[in-house]
Ligand binder design. Sequence first.
Ligand code: ZN
Length: 172
Amino acid sequence: MSIFGNSIFGNKAPGVGNGTKNGSTQEAADSGAPVQKSDAQWREELTPEEYHVLRQAGTERPYTGEYWDTHTEGVYQCRACGTELFTSTEKFDSHCGWPSFWAPLAEGKVRYIHDRTLGMERIEVRCAACDSHLGHVFEGEGYGTPTGQRYCINSVSLRLVAKERDSDGSQG
Ligand SMILES: [Zn+2]
């Protein structure tokens, strides 16, 4: 059940393991992600900050992002490709300076990569659709969330689409 228990350390994320063209364990350009764009395209579509975080696995400074303290009801999309990744239902106040969720919107929305940079063992979280960097996921920090996990996500990787109230419900 826990992503830490087996699916990350025991298996590769969906799409990574099959059809491998080479043995590289580096950042795979061939991620199997459905949304594939050239580096030049990403640079054109994203702001420099978005590009740095989403495509270069950067991290925004804590307490500077748009959503770290947001309580608006809605759905958080990937800012790079628009895929719905998280919802306000799973968002909680971690007071860490980044928007934090205890689960993604659904399994398969994000993929996980074992990240050993900076001398730490961390699990990187990427959008499964476009392979853009979102943040990291941590477990066992004592937040008391339903999963015990904290998806620590950069605001700049997300776009909140606020839930419409008293609408005719025509949106899907
Ligand atoms: Zn995406």
